[in-house]
Ligand binder design. Sequence first.
Ligand code: NAP
Length: 516
Amino acid sequence: MSEILESYAGGRWVAGTGEGREVRDAVTGETVTRVSSEGIDLGGVVAHAKAKGGPSLRAMTFPERAAALKAAAGAVQAGKDRLYELSAQAGCTARDAAVDVDGGIGTAMVYSSLGRKGLPDGTVIVEDDFIQLGKEGVFGGRHVLTSPHGLSLQINAFNFPVWGMLEKLAPALLAGVPTIVKPATPTAHIAVEAVRMMIESGALPEGALQIVAGSIPGLFDELGGQDHIGFTGSADTAAMLRGDAAVTRRSAHFNAEADSLNASVLGPDAVPGEPEFDLFVKALVTEMTVKAGQKCTAIRRALVPAAQMDAVAEAVAARLGGIGIGAPGAEGVRMGALVGTDQRDDVRAAAARIAQAGQIVYGDLERVDVIGADADKGAFMSPVLVRVDDADRAEPHEVEAFGPVSSLIGYRDVEHAVELLARGEGSLAGSVVSADADFVTDVIAGAAPFHGRILVLDRDSAPESTGHGTPMPQLVHGGPGRAGGGQEEGGLRAVHAHLQRTAIQGSPAVLGRLGE
Ligand code: NAP
């Protein structure tokens, strides 16, 4: 039996007991590790963060924290080959691993730079000049932002073990708040390896970063109003955790990034032959196949003018047909495996539900040809495109198939496109691919309330565009409604979200001193 994965808890590396949950290689099906937190003193983990990590971080100035973050990210950068190897076992091609590993390192580096340049050389942020509150000007107010005396518990989804961790760690560290990472079990070993690199580098003060692989029973009982919970995962788990007394009674901050039925809209101007038509098709295929579609921001619904359904289906099928599927690293492979066979079975079942609303025009739910691997042992799946002619069917707007699955849906006019975008009931990312400024403006105006981010793609921005599925640390990531209602990143907004904002009232002399 393979060994239990170690956690970094209370200042030491410790393995849980018992049998644990088995993690298998996504390609070969062999056991990679076992995950258990049994026997780990979770109360001790919380106490360690609060007694050791918090005071050390709060004593550091913002520039000192930014430097520590940069050094920690540098340690992950130095060890990234190992993370690529582990990611391959989780089904990721080098391109997939880059999104997670390099994306995570880049995000932490951007945060370090934002912290160095945009935060004061101290431990307190003062907002507003003197806000006069009386006639004579002897009384007024300002706001101060200070570090809470709690911790940041981050609970992550399996698909981004490195990026998901670093994009939450970075703002918490800058805010002077210690972090406990609870990685998703299927990729916990990748997150643990990255944490090991950061811990061994000595970049961070003791207690600033801990990781518990496995479940965390009772840990919420220790949390309250000074603590921040950053959750990423399914809407069901988010709903359950949001209902815990730590949140509902003791007011721990709870930020959720959940699932999302993101859509991309092809403009009526973008007929075959126009650059925007090709950009749309290419983006859709990229989003379906990068990380085998296991991206929270991936395009699940492709909205196209009804008259273009055939042309788009044909062009997408032609491109998908050129994508080799199989063992990461094998010659000709451009799409790897899903994280595990359970996940693959879930995705197949969800895709079958969506297919009830239309017909599969590319791919096969049961069969897939693979390169360099055994299709029965690995968690492989063919990309699947479902054509839905009745746009009002519920399935494509409600069922998330968290894999290489998209539906192709026809719309009548801009109002209909906007209405269909909103049927996702809140999405992380939407896009509109068009060079028609009026159409684009109407879509943005109508769809913005339902989206955390909207990308406009056209021939002008394409050369530098970061793409539909890529959150940028400078911009907010998160979405309303079904997408969880939370926001992460967005530059220094995420740091501010970890700080306590307090209104201070008094005389100009007293308030003037706050900024010194
Ligand atoms: P999940 O099953 O909801 O799990 C998410 C995390 O919650 C995991 O770390 C899981 O741990 C943990 N968890 C489950 N029950 C818990 C409990 N009672 N107490 C504390 N933690 C608990 O989601 P997933 O399958 O990992 O991820 C796929 C989903 O995440 C998709 O729906 C996708 O859309 C969404 N997602 C969203 C974003 C975003 O930014 N919005 C990003 C990525 C993924 P275990 O693994 O140990 O059970």
